[in-house]
Design a protein around this ligand. Structure first.
Ligand SMILES: C[S@@+](CC[C@H](N)C(=O)[O-])C[C@H]1O[C@@H](n2cnc3c(N)ncnc32)[C@H](O)[C@@H]1O
Length: 218
């Protein structure tokens, strides 16, 4: 997990994610408590992946590995769940949630260390808003490369809400999130997923229209 040192991380990468690792899980738990809790948040992605036992699943920008642990339950002992991330401190926390069918690697999402067509499903949750747009496109194309034909991609991330009050609060949160997030919410995620080569793209909206989940197929 430690072969990639800080010097080799891509220029766009913000070490903030590494620094907040110790408070990340409590933060997600408190924010999601307004919308039904973290388990129901994570289930949005799991339901869209239509997981089956024995599948191989990739979680890109896996953070502290909570979603990976839930995916691992779905695919069972014969399945394989891989989480990749660039934050060593996030991955240290993920390691504590690891079971037999899970593994974590310190890796850049633009260079996923797996062969073509290895995975049945791939997801990225709250990851794309952390990157500049050209990097987002590289990451989605790289996820497509490692998916089998017919494989499913699920992307969950912010959506700019339309209602005035929610939008004001959301805009304050975007100031905290930073410049790449503010760029992300101006774009159309479904088109981004389509432009990176996926078909059958579907969109669902949750959390008072502040969250979107896009599914596509290779
Ligand atoms: C906001 S966290 C999301 C974590 C997790 N997916 C979740 O849903 O809670 C974003 C994660 O993206 C990772 N990240 C950002 N750019 C990356 C890249 N190029 N390659 C791998 N991980 C990256 C960060 O280290 C961070 O852990």
């Amino acid at each position: 997990m430690s072969e990639l040192n800080t010097k080799k991380k891509p220029d766009h990468y913000r070490e903030d994610c590494n620094r907040i690792a110790s408070v990340y899980d409590p933060l997600v738990r408190s924010l999601s408590s307004f919308f039904g809790g973290e388990r129901s948040l994570r289930m949005l992605t799991i339901e869209k992946m239509e997981l089956k036992p024995h599948q191989k699943v990739l979680d890109v920008c896996c953070g502290t590995g909570t979603l990976c642990a839930m995916i691992a339950e779905e695919v069972g002992g014969g399945g394989e769940v891989i989480g990749i991330d660039l934050a060593e401190n996030m991955l240290k926390r993920a390691e504590k949630k690891r079971r037999g069918n899970m593994s974590f690697s310190l890796a850049n999402a633009e260079e996923i260390p797996y062969p073509d067509e290895y995975f049945d499903c791939a997801c990225i949750t709250f990851g794309l808003h952390e990157m500049p747009h050209p990097v987002r496109m590289n990451v989605l194309r790289e996820m497509r490369r490692v998916l089998k034909a017919g494989g499913i991609i699920v992307v969950l991330d912010y959506l700019r809400p339309t209602g005035a009050l929610v939008r004001s609060l959301f805009n304050v949160w975007m100031l905290v999130e930073g410049v790449t997030a503010r760029d992300f919410i101006k774009r159309d995620l479904s088109s981004i997923v389509r432009d990176s080569g996926f078909d059958s793209v579907e969109l669902d909206i949750h959390w008072m229209k502040t969250l979107q989940i896009v599914r596509g197929r290779k």
